[in-house]
Design a binder for this molecule. Sequence first.
Ligand SMILES: Cc1cc2nc3c(=O)[nH]c(=O)nc-3n(C[C@H](O)[C@H](O)[C@H](O)COP(=O)(O)OP(=O)(O)OC[C@H]3O[C@@H](n4cnc5c(N)ncnc54)[C@H](O)[C@@H]3O)c2cc1C
Length: 530
Amino acid sequence: MVHHQRGAEVLELAADVLVIGGGPAASWAALAAAEAGARVVVVDKGYLGTSGATAPTNTGTWFVPPGAEREAAVARRQLLNGELAVPRWVDRTLDMAWQRLHTLADWGYKFPNDDSGKPYLTNLRGPDYMAFMRRRLVRAGVAILDHHPALELLVDSSVIAGAAGIDRQRNRPWRVRAGAVVLATGGCAFGERMLGATGLTGDGYLMAVEAGAALSGMEFSAQYACAPIQSSINKGMPFVWASFFREDGSRLDTSKDRYVVVARALLEGPVWAQLDRGIPELRLWLRQAQPNCFLPYDRNGVDPFTQRFPVTLRCEGTVRGVGGIKLTGDDCSTGVPGLYAAGDAASRERLTGAISGGGGPNSSWAIASGNWAGRAAANFAAREVGSIRDRRVTGLGRAGLRPAASAHSDSSADDILQTVREEFLPLQRNFFRRDATLRQSLERLDRTWTELRDHLPGIGVGAVKSREAAALTATSRWAYASALARAESRGMQRRLDLPATDPQFVCSFNVSDLDRIDVTRSEIPGASVT
Ligand SMILES: Cc1cc2nc3c(=O)[nH]c(=O)nc-3n(C[C@H](O)[C@H](O)[C@H](O)COP(=O)(O)OP(=O)(O)OC[C@H]3O[C@@H](n4cnc5c(N)ncnc54)[C@H](O)[C@@H]3O)c2cc1C
């Protein structure tokens, strides 16, 4: 199957398909590729089963039967999505998720039963879902390399031919030559410290753009979620039943645009919440459905249903946002031969338009796009002629890996992370955007980029942090460059200086390139103009 060269300085492997990532999108891509007959290797930055945004939480999944109910769901989505989604993509995502959730049940995954005793397929409990997927991968003969972050893609005469990285536990480089690669590296949380997202630093975006791909929908990266102030658990469901208060005890009117009201109040002072709007039965249900959400309260001796507690908004960036690698075909191709993208790494604009994909669509997207990308990657690899092991490969990684000028230690990865956090996380910069602050942030991030590109070294396991710093900086710049181009407010893009939605912007903004960012506009064939 996979070829090991033991005792060598570099771990050398060969496979038909290499999947980079270890969340649901990567797992489905690997299974789909294996089902199509490919030899598959998966590399994860963490441990496949516990890393990524799904593994530690419950994910509601968008699960709608074909027929009238499906048509109604697609139509409802059109009204919600800020006009940019494409009904055909909504329908095909729902269709693939519908099929594969049934496959999951057939494989023996234990969905809970609903009140009528039938399996309830719209809820996946992260820890056991991902543990189950891992067992399926092993059974399908997929080789899983945990704690093997990918640092760069490999190319053979402009066709993607694998990736290279580091085994962080042995401090040993690895290189996988492959007939095709699927990027399933998740979204970017821009350095926000929240459960499951610390490793989500935009690495896949950087690798894709270095290979010549574009990103789209990056302006829709201002997704924030409510969380108790001292907790990294930002699951939003309990807050559906929350009342919010200023420090003086006055109640906030959150009947419309709940989080916009909370964000405004947070700019003026502390905000408190209490989960007091549900019936008593709901309390028990919430505790059972979202057990880890209640740990921070229990540990601090707070009963969130009867007592107020301070809250904040945490930036979820593109994890529950929208933007990512632009897909150029139904098969999740990226325009770069041999390179495919799935899950949060890929742009979800066609599915969710300008609003967050959380609360179901993201989970279905990971299933659907993973299946499309895995199958297409296997087919691409099967068409490639010649021995994969003999490919002459070159690494594409630059910033944070191979400095353009002299490596020196003035630029530390931690300092760069701090800069990105300062420019991207504050509500007054990102949640509420203005031309002047966007430009100011972009200038600072551009300077940081130039400095790190020229001088930040990436040596041994230290390369993981320096590549993350490069990816975070690049991703923040792509997001703000797109936010400047979209001179309007729409969905998650809230421009204080341009509060109206402008019909001339029913379009996508695509970003590419690293030093001089290129932003182009493209029409969206089949978009749901209302
Ligand atoms: C609190 C919270 C609640 C959510 N609830 C819901 C919900 O109810 N419904 C819903 O639809 N969605 C929900 N989401 C979103 C959902 O979790 C994500 O959309 C989903 O996890 C995406 O799957 P993925 O496989 O693309 O990415 P992830 O699950 O994030 O996995 C990405 C993987 O890539 C790996 N990786 C990253 N960089 C590298 C690299 N350089 N080399 C190797 N591996 C790498 C990471 O280690 C990780 O394992 C929620 C998200 C959060 C944060």
